[in-house]
Design a protein around this ligand. Structure first.
Ligand code: ARG
Ligand code: ZN
Length: 835
């Protein structure tokens, strides 16, 4: 059934306290829940899924509620008039809970994941974020470590008691129990509170926690310095687990992480992995205020916490390293995930209006586009007004469950800006198209901006949105003017006095999440690439020139000339040079072709991509290896500072040079002393189909280190030559290390193949059948994982009729499968719907 925003009603009865007692047992855990309800109206309806109700009492008197698939009801007539205490005992089976929601038992660990609706798999409860309570938890079990939210108030052999003084919704509840070891540190907050920090991992993994701990302390300090926000308990704990559907979870005082975002050492993690650890650690920590202290009224408001928290973690990472490089990486991610989503059948607004399964809305739109909306708000009102608005937000709404309306009212009240039009950004799906035309007339450069947003499912007509456009004008000496223009109508002009025609540089820093089409002069992108003062637009100009070749039939010379000049510019950050020297992905090229209303031919995209790589390799000749060797950092590995950018450039050049001479990659592999360089050296060998011995050696060396073996699977399916990759995947799925029931391993192999665009989109449809087989299998165990992976099919409309039909056949086969989950059922239904 469909849940609608317009049907929102507050819960019937207030809750003040919750006492939980767990008797842990893998197959038969007993949970006693004592809930203090206040005076309410009507029946008492509690959510509950897969629970065995052993007993229930109200004020000590046994009651017999009416139980169904999703919960239970106690009729109003059976409820006391005043406040009352509900006590229920339930039995659950964590070992057989394969959904990885609620309480589950894997590899001797008890783990919870309650967001969004997992708590109802633990006990009967009003499992919705606007019901907040103070929790006390007693855990009984024979494991050495028994953890929950808040502060430890007592413990002994086989038991521990926890108390969380902060009112919280049930989705922030957490429990972890098992044989874990901790790494400890401390942080003193700005008001002098001494906070103990603990990261819990398996025995043997303690040596890979240092970077996560350091990132945590930097995040805590940054939130104080930037937002004046301080941690509010004496203990902050993180647990790393190997079996997890998401990246991490911000449970109050007890964050649970996918081990991928905690464990990192130079030998096992790449520079990108270190970045990921830093930003996810920060993201979850930042949720303590944006999410936990101020939470969401209902799940339609998810972006209230996620958009804002992503924006905060993006700013944190930008402050820790190069801000322009971070911005380019964020935009790459936005385009790859969110623009793709917005252009297809799964498009939805940042604040959706209805859903069947809320897990299907933890999307790039809610997260990444949501973050862009906050960034635009800051752009529109300015940094000082943004700071004032955030101050008011925490003053006014601390302790509350809020809506996006509340958020916008705060902004309006604090800054005096009328944000009524800005609201459309939250309600309208689809990526706006912005065009800019320029002309020079009577001493003026005139920029004409136009916007339209194409229809999306359920939203045929779109209205103009306010688009902050940062712009500059370039002449042959440099920049002659710059400014910020807020485009609020369908068409508007900006006039600037200039001596002659200038080259416009618009949407600097990607100041709005729109698709820009520039109707300039042929040489303009080359000028921007050579000397724009905005680093983002320099990179963007290179991308524009590359896409002219890759998505159309443009001349490669301007791109080659431009990027080679950039490569040799020693004053430019090597990380930025590496990005400018990279081609758009095949997915990026396909998006661009679809935008031009042309049919995407994945084989042709692949060929064009290869030939531009080849052209760059020829152009660079011996320079590629010469510069690669000169720039590669020597000495001890560091994930911070200049070294990662230097490695990125060195490895980009290696990947080009090794196209001609795979021995260069073998040499680099022999010299590699960290995982970044190793993977970079292995990649050309895998692409060339010459990595057999190297892959075997890699496997032998890392057997048992799960996160590294995940890489071993992923690199083979993602990099194998397109015509072989599916065979490789089918061979690897029979490997003894392939456990499809572990999400990280499944995503490594299957996600790897999907990212190998030409392989997945093989014209005979074998890739589609293979994925559908997997989705059907995984859906029976872990619907959230299957549903998420099914989005690989969302681009079906881009392709030729043959491929469209092949994909639709698979979507139909999935849709008609017996016992299909609500999660995957909703996804497939939306993808098949006629637009
Ligand atoms: N709130 C978590 C985060 O953003 C993610 C939770 C994912 N849950 C889900 N049902 N998909 O850090
Ligand atoms: Zn989050």
């Amino acid at each position: 059934s469909v849940i609608r925003l317009e049907d929102y009603k507050p819960f019937s009865h207030p809750v003040s306290t919750v006492h939980l007692t767990f008797h842990l047992d893998p197959e038969a855990t007993r949970v006693r829940a004592e809930i203090a309800f206040g005076v309410g109206t009507g029946d008492l309806r509690l959510d509950g899924v897969d629970l065995d109700l052993l007993s229930a009492t109200i004020d000590g008197v046994p009651v017999t509620p009416i139980c169904d698939e999703d919960g239970l009801t106690v009729a109003a007539a059976d409820l006391p008039d005043g406040p009352f205490t509900w006590v229920a005992e339930t039995r659950i089976d964590p070992a057989r809970n394969t959904t990885l929601e609620g309480l589950y038992h894997r590899r001797d660990l008890f783990i919870t994941q309650c967001e969004a609706e997992g708590f109802r798999r633990i006990t009967y409860f009003p499992d919705r974020p606007d019901v907040m309570a103070v929790y006390t938890v007693r855990i009984e079990g024979d494991m050495p470590v028994l953890l929950s939210n808040g502060d430890l108030t007592g413990s002994g052999p086989g038991w521990a008691e926890w108390h969380d003084p902060w009112r919280k919704p049930s989705y922030l509840f957490a429990l972890v129990a098992g044989d874990l070891r901790s790494v400890e540190d401390s942080f003193t907050t700005m008001s002098g509170r001494d906070v103990t920090l603990k990261i819990w991992v398996r025995d043997g993994d303690r040596g890979r926690c240092a970077y996560a701990m350091d990132a945590l302390k930097r995040a805590m300090k940054w939130d104080e310095d930037t937002y004046g926000l301080e941690y509010d308990l004496d203990l902050f704990q993180i647990v790393a687990v190997d079996d997890f559907n998401a990246g991490a979870m911000e449970n109050k005082g007890l964050n649970v992480f996918n081990s991928k975002y905690v464990l990192a050492s130079p030998e096992t993690a790449t520079d990108a992995d270190f970045d990921g650890v830093e930003s996810v650690i920060a993201h979850e920590y930042f949720h303590n205020w944006t999410g936990n202290r101020i939470t969401c009224r209902d799940w339609f408001q998810l972006s209230l916490k996620e958009g804002l928290t992503v924006f905060r973690d993006q700013c944190f990472s930008a402050d820790m390293r190069s801000a322009p490089v971070k911005r380019i990486e964020d935009v790459l991610r936005l385009r790859a995930g969110q623009f793709r989503e917005d252009a297809g059948p799964l498009a939805h607004p940042v604040r959706p209006e209805s859903y069947v399964e809320i897990n299907n809305f933890y999307t790039a739109t809610v997260y990444e586009k949501g973050a862009e909306l906050i960034r635009m708000l800051r752009e529109i009102v300015g940094q000082d007004a943004y700071d004032a608005a955030l101050k008011l937000y925490f003053e006014r709404h601390d302790g509350q469950a809020c809506t996006i309306e509340d958020w916008l009212s705060v902004f309006q009240d604090a800054t005096g800006h009328d944000l009524s039009q800005f609201r459309r950004w939250y309600h309208q799906a689809g990526t706006p198209r912005l065009t800019v035309e320029d002309r020079f007339e009577e001493g003026e450069t005139i920029l004409t901006f136009r916007q339209t947003t194409p229809p999306t499912p359920g939203q045929p007509d779109k209205q103009p949105v306010p688009i902050p456009i940062r712009w500059g004008l370039l002449d042959d000496k440099g920049e002659v003017a710059n400014g910020m223009f807020l485009l609020s109508e369908a068409e508007q002009e900006v006039r600037v006095k200039t001596a002659a025609r200038t080259v416009p540089s618009v949407l600097r820093g990607f100041s709005a999440p729109v698709i820009l089409e520039q109707k300039g002069q042929p040489g303009d992108a080359g000028v921007r690439l050579a000397r724009d003062t905005d680093a983002f637009n320099r990179w963007e100009a290179g991308r524009t020139l590359a896409l002219d070749v890759l998505a159309g039939d443009g001349d490669p010379a301007p791109w080659l000339d431009g990027v080679c000049a950039v490569l040799n510019d020693q004053t430019l950050d090597p990380a930025l040079r590496a990005l400018i020297l990279s081609l758009p992905t095949q997915e990026g090229i396909a998006q661009e072709i679809a935008l031009r209303d042309e049919t995407v031919d994945p084989d042709l995209v692949h060929v064009r991509h290869q030939s531009l790589e080849e052209a760059l390799t020829s152009r660079l000749g011996a320079d590629a290896m010469r510069i690669s060797r000169a720039i590669r950092p020597t000495g001890d590995y560091s994930p911070d500072g200049q070294a990662p950018g230097q490695r990125a450039l060195a490895n980009r050049l290696l990947s080009l040079a090794a196209r001609r001479e795979t021995d260069l990659a073998r040499e680099a592999l022999a010299q590699a002393s960290n995982m970044t360089d190793r993977l970079a050296a292995l990649a050309p060998l895998i692409r060339a189909g010459q990595a057999e011995a190297e892959l075997a050696a890699f496997h032998a060396e890392w057997s048992g280190t799960d996160l590294v073996i995940d890489k071993w699977f992923a690199m083979q399916t993602s990099l194998a030559p397109a015509h072989e990759a599916l065979d490789v995947a089918q061979r690897l799925q029979n490997h003894e290390d392939f456990t499809w029931t572990v999400p990280n391993r499944f995503r490594a192999l299957v996600g790897g193949l999907i990212s190998n665009t030409a392989a997945f989109h093989r014209a005979d449809g074998a890739g589609y059948v293979w994925l559908a087989d997997w989705l059907l299998k995984v859906d029976k165990r872990n619907p959230m994982l299957a549903a998420r992976m099914s989005a690989a099919f969302e681009t079906w409309r881009r392709y030729d009729e043959g491929r469209q039909k092949l994909i639709l056949d698979q979507l139909e086969r999935i849709a008609s499968a017996d016992g299909l989950s609500r999660d995957t059922g909703e996804m497939v239904g939306r993808m098949r719907a006629r637009a």
